[in-house]
Design a binder for this molecule. Structure first.
Ligand code: CP
Length: 303
């Protein structure tokens, strides 16, 4: 039985298969409309979500399957003190596959040790978000035609941003990727990302604070939100939250073919006036997320 807990759980061959199949689902959705007939996905979300939970549910429905689950811990027996281990043992009696988001790093990994069905990590604390990474990779592959030989700027909260950590890990396997890590000093990527991921892979990277100075060299700009829920101190959040605001003036510094991605939700970091720019792909990215989750469900169910 396979689970998806960390982006590196998928080797390059399996990753390529999932991405190419997602593209085939986009092109021929009717051929997949009954693939999961009789199958059920449970979405167990202990933390808030709009895109991830609903895209898993939409994905399973489009494959002809059914959905069940909870959208907050308070509406389940977790509120009575039930453990993650017991919850997945129980839900595994009802569902064929489980997507779990949890505020505690490592909770989906723990769940995978007890679950009778495949577990998908739908985001664990500030750690990993592998299905957002699949979404990002499918967007890049479909829009740029390749997953190598580009310069990507990751901007905002690189310390707590699980989408950033997962994306850097996944991209570290491709050739010719240069990372420009744009953040305030306090929100730089965790040291393990440098020492365990970027340096061993011999990847080119720079840590900078200026978005404006970085713009002209980027093929991809990956904006992120400063996440209020990860701060211990409200004053620090207020001080840092508007460090980077991408607006139409800054977009004048970007290449004509640079694309803007964002895992969403957005707060202030991209002005709404940028949404009209053809390089702004963050809403299209959401749609890619549904297709790649369809492909992932099929892969994990062996269908
Ligand atoms: N990108 C993402 O994880 O969004 P949600 O928090 O809305 O699921």
């Amino acid at each position: 039985m396979k689970h998806l807990i960390d982006p590196m759980d998928l080797d390059e061959k399996d990753l390529d298969f999932i991405l190419r199949r997602a593209q085939d689902i986009m092109a021929h959705p009717e051929q997949y409309a009954e693939k999961c007939k009789g199958k059920k996905i449970a979405t167990l979300f202990y933390e808030p979500s709009t895109r991830t939970r609903l895209s898993f549910e939409a994905a399973m429905l489009e494959l002809g399957g059914s959905v069940l689950g909870f959208a907050s811990a308070s509406s389940s027996s977790v509120a009575k003190g039930e453990s993650v281990e017991d919850t997945v043992r129980v839900v595994g009696c009802f569902a064929d596959i489980i997507a779990m988001r949890h505020m505690n790093e490592g909770a989906p990994m723990l769940a995978s040790m007890y679950s009778p069905v495949p577990i998908i990590n739908a985001g664990d604390g500030g750690h990993n978000h592998p299905t957002q990474t699949l979404t990002d990779l499918l967007t890049i592959l479909s829009e740029k035609g390749r997953l190598d030989q580009f310069t990507i700027g990751l901007c905002g909260d690189l310390k707590f941003g699980r989408t950033v950590h997962s994306l850097i890990k996944a991209l570290s396997r491709y050739k010719g990727i240069k990372f420009v890590l744009i953040s305030p000093e306090e929100l730089r990527v965790p040291e393990y990302i440098i020492s365990d991921v970027l340096q061993p892979a011999g990847l080119e990277y720079e840590e900078v604070t200026s978005l404006e100075e970085s713009m002209p060299k980027l093929d991809i700009l990956y904006m992120t939100r400063v996440q209020r829920e990860r701060f211990f101190n409200e004053a620090d959040y207020v001080r840092l939250k508007d460090t980077y605001i991408l607006d139409t003036k800054k977009m004048e510094l970007a290449r004509e073919d640079m694309i803007i991605l964002h895992p969403l939700p957005r707060v202030n970091e991209i002005a709404s006036s940028v949404d009209q720019d053809p390089r702004a792909l963050y809403f299209k990215q959401v749609l890619y997320g549904k297709y790649v989750r369809e492909s992932l469900i099929l892969y994990l169910l062996g269908l």
